[in-house]
Design a protein around this ligand. Structure first.
Ligand code: CS2
Ligand code: MN
Length: 368
């Protein structure tokens, strides 16, 4: 397992590379050009600028999260071809500077959605929270009106550029069915996967968060069956998944351990985080500790260890602790604790494996 850490760039992140360097076992930075709109071709000089800065701190830049997909591609509009060409050229450029994995998602309009960014927990920390009823009760027109009447209204993870187009986007998606979205994803993959394969890059789709449709918009990367379908769309080692235990774990019927066993070879990038689910469909992001949430983090780390996982992993979101002021979900402290929890489990499993191997060598082999 190769530990990496997400960083949003200078001026964009309260966490510094210098501090990330002090977390044990972090070898690379998960990065992106966050100021660029979806759909454009990434300029080489900007790529090189970030690369240089990250490399100077002794980290690699093997993993990019995300190269965002333009809505026209998800909608299947004729204009998509131009954006797909830009995407291909961005893949080529990233490959040329050594990028190995590109994470992306195919969620219509919204990325991850929460109803509260700083929900207070009983220990005084705060965390990202999703109130199911609140999202279910809000219909798209109400949402559009809210955004129009209050320029400051936002929900977690919503890019201002998309918010300003909200009304138009809802209209555009009105007739897009789940199957249309699958077809549009297939069209996109048929174009980009051969390019990625030629350059030895793995395209790792991020699951939808939460893994069910919201505001009447279809969502498709939500379950084992759908990940299976995605991987079969194009049977290439470059058509992969970012297995995010927190996103998928918000749905009780998703068994992440089984997914690691089944899809292991096609998981170049693991997001490891815990969430606590409630009966009414609400969920909150907890510490990484298995006991604190509903996701079996111990079982997940063991499953990666069992398959001799050599891909990249990062702690996903964390809580906000020790009064840290940071981007929602992306503080230094709780993610650092998460890493140490993961390493704790991992190192124990390594030790156990070595002991078993030496027992085998000293007791079984001599008697053969
Ligand atoms: C989120 C997403 O769970 C996560 O990792 O923070 O924003 C994620 O980075 C994107 O959906 C990937 O495209
Ligand atoms: Mn994730």
């Amino acid at each position: 397992m190769r530990m990496v850490f997400r960083w949003f760039g200078n001026g964009n992140d309260s966490v510094s590379l210098k501090h990330i360097k002090q977390i044990p076992g972090v070898e690379g930075i998960v990065w992106s050009l966050h100021d660029l709109p979806a759909g454009c071709e990434w300029p080489m000089e900007k790529i090189l600028e970030v690369k240089q800065e990250i490399n100077e701190h002794g980290f690699h830049i093997d993993v990019v999260e995300s190269v965002n997909v333009h809505e026209d591609i998800k909608l299947g509009l004729p204009t998509r071809d131009e954006y797909i060409e830009n995407y291909k050229r961005t893949i080529e450029k990233l490959a040329s500077v050594g990028v190995k994995v590109i994470c992306y998602n195919f969620m219509p309009v919204f990325d991850w959605t929460r109803t509260e960014l700083f929900k207070e927990m009983s220990d005084g920390s705060t965390a990202l929270f999703y109130e199911n009823q609140m999202v279910e009760n809000m219909d798209p027109s109400e949402l559009v009106a809210k955004v129009a009447n209050n320029p400051d209204f936002t929900m977690p993870g919503w890019e201002p550029e998309r918010l300003s187009q909200l009304e138009k986007l809802f209209v555009a998606y009105r007739n897009i069915t789940t199957e249309d979205l699958w077809n549009n994803l297939h069209y996109f993959l048929k174009e980009i996967i051969p390019v990625a394969e030629r350059h030895d890059v793995k395209m790792a789709i991020h699951p939808d968060d939460p893994p069910w449709p919201i505001f009447g918009l279809p969502r498709i990367i939500t379950s084992a069956a759908n990940i299976r379908r995605l991987l079969h769309l194009i049977d290439s080692p470059s058509n992969c998944v970012t297995l995010c235990s927190g996103s998928l774990g918000a749905a009780a019927n998703n068994n992440i351990v089984e997914m690691i066993k089944e899809f292991g070879e096609r998981i170049p990038f693991a997001h490891i985080r815990n969430v606590k689910r409630f009966e009414n469909g609400d969920f909150i992001e907890t510490s990484h500790r298995t006991k604190d949430g509903s996701v079996d983090i111990t079982g997940i780390v063991k499953a990666y260890h069992d398959i001799n996982y050599t891909g990249y992993a990062r702690p996903d979101h964390g809580r906000h602790i020790f009064d840290e002021e940071c981007r929602p979900g992306y503080g230094l402290y709780d993610r650092a604790l998460g890493i140490m929890y993961i390493w704790g489990l991992w190192d124990y499993l390594e030790k156990e494996k070595k002991q078993e191997e030496s027992k085998f060598k000293s007791t079984i082999l001599p008697n053969l």
